[in-house]
Design a protein around this ligand. Structure first.
Ligand SMILES: Nc1ncnc2c1ncn2[C@@H]1O[C@H](COP(=O)(O)OP(=O)(O)O)[C@@H](O)[C@H]1O
Ligand SMILES: [Mg+2]
Length: 226
């Protein structure tokens, strides 16, 4: 795979206004992530990891600084262009899985395909294929609460893959899991990396961060190690 800059952030800051008090959460983040990288963003709780991930994932906008996703200056995009890009390019995985409790495993995985406008047959086939590869096909008609935490997180990863994104952003994906299930999730992310996905893994756990090829550490809103 040809290496190109996929994510380029320059001097990104993020301030929150808490009832008149301005809090500087990100204090000038400059980093590049190439396509095909497997990167951890580590740091203590409160260091700004999720804020940074939300900006990278186009879920939030920086206060100042520039963000290019491939060659696109995302600050120039309108809301509908941002959601289109987000839906097409990025798959999200969260600590708490965020599966729909009343929907089946298959329906949960299909969901992003509905937003992307795939037809019924295509999205069902795609979802089944992904679930098959991840070893969850036998659970397709179950509800999330009938699966273990590790399995639910793998379903969430299957859902993140539905629109074949280039980038997987995972925010503390092992945070609610025991060590063994957490390791299974990491193994799955490593497999996806081998298949060419760019993976950004956010974690405050040093052991988990060390499983990746590159660690970017945040302390108090700044990168102090890369
Ligand atoms: N929407 C918000 N409004 C105000 N403060 C926020 C908001 N989101 C995060 N923060 C603050 O920003 C800091 C960094 O938060 P976060 O990015 O969630 O850190 P991490 O993911 O590393 O634990 C924390 O002090 C948090 O309280
Ligand atoms: Mg966080």
């Amino acid at each position: 795979m040809k290496k190109t800059n996929l994510i380029s952030l320059a001097n990104i800051t993020k301030d929150y206004n808490l009832g008149g008090l301005i809090v500087n959460v990100l204090k000038g983040i400059t980093l590049k992530i190439e396509n095909g990288e497997f990167v951890a963003i580590s740091g203590r709780s409160g260091s700004g990891k999720s804020t940074l991930m939300n900006i990278i994932g186009l879920l939030d906008t920086p206060t100042t600084g520039s963000y290019y996703l491939e060659s696109v200056d995302v600050s120039s995009l309108k809301e509908d262009e941002l959601s289109y890009l987000r839906n097409k390019k990025i798959g999200f995985v969260f600590q708490s899985f965020n599966l729909l409790p009343r929907a089946t495993i298959l329906e949960n995985v299909i969901l992003p395909g509905i937003y992307a406008g795939l037809n019924t047959k295509d999205r069902e086939n795609t979802a089944k294929n992904i679930l098959e590869k991840i070893g969850l096909f036998k659970h397709i008609n179950k509800r999330p609460n009938q699966l273990s935490g590790g399995e639910q997180q793998r379903v969430a990863i299957a859902r993140a893959l539905m629109n074949n994104p280039d980038i997987i952003l995972a925010d503390e994906p092992t945070g609610n899991l025991d060590t063994k299930s957490g390791q299974e999730v990491i193994t799955l992310l490593k497999d996806l990396h081998k298949q060419g996905k760019t993976i950004v893994l956010i974690t405050h756990e040093k052991d988990i961060a060390r499983e990746t090829d590159r660690i970017i550490n945040l302390t108090d809103g700044r990168i102090d190690l890369d």
